[in-house]
Design a protein around this ligand. Sequence first.
Ligand code: SAM
Length: 235
Amino acid sequence: MSGMRVHIVTLFPEMLEGTLQASVIGRAVRNGVLEVRLHQLREFATDRHAVVDDAQYGGGPGMVMKPEPIFATVESIRENLRLEGKDAGRVVLLSPQGRLFNDRAARELAGQSVLILVCGHYEGVDERVVEHLADDEISIGDYVLTGGELPALVLLDAVARYVPGVLGSVDSARRDSFAEDMEGLLQGPVYTRPAEFRGWRVPDVLMSGDHERITAWRRERALARTRERRPDLLQ
Ligand code: SAM
């Protein structure tokens, strides 16, 4: 039984395949905690040359992704979900014009059992996809990438960390930067062996075995680091 199903609608599934097999996400997929299905948009093109983009109305450089193949792909995914008795899922369009992705958005999306991620390319997707198909439009930052595949992977990775069973320990996500248990702060420094490296020592408190003092030290460091690097988070 998978914890979350993610469908990714893309022109370049090969950009996603390797990443989905590796590391933590790969293990979650193999364990069935996370199920990811890739859909080649070209298979839903309505003309025999599998054309999925066209020149934009009004003129200008760059092609725009046609609405028909995107609607057809998502509708086919939803029909199969219906036949499987699953939730219709939330359609998320990756776009630099969407709401900014952050830890809170990742936690919120992790509550969905099905996500349908749509990756744009070129000049973007026809506005009718935005208005009449997408439930959500998400940007991973104020910069423009060549396509939605990397943003989809970023979103999927951050969301998956909050899906029960994906991380080895549920505690690790809770102790990371931005997490609710961290009151939204940055995490602060972490150390491992050796206790001394090139004359630089690990802070004594971390080796004291005094858990109360360690907790207090970590919180104080987290606050100091956040104040120094991301004062905006303290608001
Ligand atoms: N013409 C668009 C604009 O000015 O807003 C940019 C299109 S961009 C070159 C092509 C595709 O890459 C987008 O449709 C989107 O799917 C994806 N993309 C690019 N930057 C992104 C970002 N910051 N966040 C999410 N998706 C992004």
